[in-house]
Design a protein around this ligand. Structure first.
Ligand SMILES: NC(=O)c1ccc[n+]([C@@H]2O[C@H](COP(=O)([O-])OP(=O)(O)OC[C@H]3O[C@@H](n4cnc5c(N)ncnc54)[C@H](O)[C@@H]3O)[C@@H](O)[C@H]2O)c1
Length: 417
């Protein structure tokens, strides 16, 4: 079954079916309910494909986390879906191209866990400066190493932040609060927050920092960005933290540097290859190294982050459902729309092909209708036109919507009252 050209009336909020999988946080449900959406079905887990295909048929809004795969086949069944919310960071589990073709925007929460990561990194900075990973391991073994050697306060020490984005800037502010000097390196020109200073270059940052922390995305340029040559440039005895992406650090080079005492400690939360399930074994070149703090990609995993994700994604879905705004959609032309009080809003999603806009705009004057405002945004594949009209004649708006739906290239239309 294909998503044909679809027309949708603005539904009563109570009738908009919201289908949530994988134990999405109660904050999402609270946000939907507070806005008047009460038709909510929750599943604690993802469903096997056969059941999923059945379940999505009646849904208007589908909320998932990472274990539910919204393939083209599943999306084809979701004939009534107006939007998908990924209540997580990644969106690889959704066929974004298919969703775009079907006129379904997909939303996620890329920055809800920023603070969680930044707090863990701050703790790691302090632990590494004090040698806590080593002391903890030794004490567990029954050793009593009561010494100040190699144990330092963080006050006055220099923190080098590579990647001064959402997380990098927060780490900088937290580190300054405990008296550290912050330098950062980014490929973009970034406004310094607090007393942070841009480093002249990555090399200059590496050479001068007591602790280096990485907060870059995974790109061809960041693959093995910190390898043997970069580690050799670091201050002898410095510490390295990676809670960004596993591919950014050459693990073998890091293990060598820790053995040779070029670096005195490291904290790693992400790895080039990570187990996909809890039962799968994790191996790394750091087994048995007491001065390395290893965590299983949990820097962003906190109760608060889950709660924030619930509120953020539900908020984006509610905005889209109520007023058509697609700000934050990962596969869709983004428009941030004002309220349309006293007007009727017509949404038109179409293939990005010549002639659609002029065909749309020929419809309104033919009915002597005044366009109050109009918004257009396109991607390579699709276009999204939002038109506010000044009329209270519901029958006329329905006729307009039907004519819009008949325009060649239309994917779907919707009226918002
Ligand atoms: N461990 C976890 O649980 C966890 C949680 C959230 C995010 N992350 C990861 O943390 C990283 C940072 O996330 P964010 O939200 O701060 O991202 P962001 O996009 O806000 O910031 C990334 C920064 O890196 C800069 N950058 C990109 N390429 C660079 C390069 N080659 N050299 C220097 N700077 C470069 C960008 O300009 C940007 O300022 C991402 O890789 C993200 O996947 C990990």
């Amino acid at each position: 079954m294909e998503h044909g050209s679809q027309t949708k009336l603005s539904l009563d909020k109570k009738k908009i079916g919201i289908l949530l999988f994988e134990g999405i946080h109660a904050s999402a449900v609270d946000a939907f309910r507070a806005d008047g959406y009460t038709n909510i079905t929750r599943h604690e887990k993802s469903l096997p494909e056969a059941q999923l295909l059945e379940a999505v048929r009646a849904a208007s809004v589908i909320g998932i986390r990472s274990a539910t795969h919204l393939t083209r086949r599943v999306l084809e069944q979701a004939q009534g879906a107006i939007a998908v919310g990924c209540f997580c960071i990644g969106t690889n589990q959704v066929d974004l191209g298919a969703a775009e073709e079907f006129g379904i925007p997909v939303f996620n929460a890329p920055f809800s866990n920023t603070r969680s990561v930044a707090e863990l990194v701050l703790a790691e900075i302090i632990f590494l400066m004090r040698g806590v990973p080593f002391l903890n391991a030794a004490t567990h073994r029954g050793e009593w190493i009561k010494s100040a050697m190699g144990s330092f306060e963080v006050r006055g020490k220099r923190l080098g932040i590579v990647g001064y984005g959402h997380i990098g800037t927060q780490v900088g502010l937290l580190a300054e609060a405990v008296g550290m000097q912050v330098v950062y390196h980014d490929i973009e020109t970034k406004l310094a927050l607090g007393n942070g200073q841009p480093a002249e270059s990555l090399g200059a940052l590496l050479e001068s920092s007591d602790v280096v922390t990485l907060h870059v995305p995974e790109t061809p340029a960041t693959r093995n960005m910190i390898g043997a040559a970069e580690i050799a440039r670091m201050k002898r005895g410095a510490r390295l933290i990676n809670a960004s992406r596993g591919t950014v650090v050459d693990l073998d080079a890091l293990a060598e540097a820790l053995k040779s005492k070029q670096l005195s400690g490291a904290a790693l939360d992400v790895f080039p290859v990570e187990p996909k399930t809890a039962g799968e074994r994790f191996d790394s070149p750091f087994s048995g190294m007491d001065n390395v703090l290893l965590t299983p990609h949990v820097a962003g995993n906190t109760e608060e982050a889950q709660k924030n994700i619930g509120t953020e994604v539900a908020g984006k879905l509610i905005r889209f459902s109520n007023n058509g705004s697609t700000l934050g959609a990962v596969n869709f032309p983004e428009v941030s729309l004002p309220e349309h009080t006293g007007k009727r809003r017509l949404l038109h999603i179409h293939y990005n092909q010549p002639g659609v806009l002029s065909a749309i705009n020929a419809i309104f004057p033919a009915h002597n209708i005044n366009i109050a405002s109009q918004y257009l945004e396109t991607s390579a594949k699709i276009g999204y036109v939002v038109t506010d009209v000044e009329t209270s004649d519901s029958a006329l708006v329905t006729r307009l919507r039907d004519q819009l739906a008949a325009v060649a290239g239309t994917i779907r239309t919707r009226i918002l009252h």
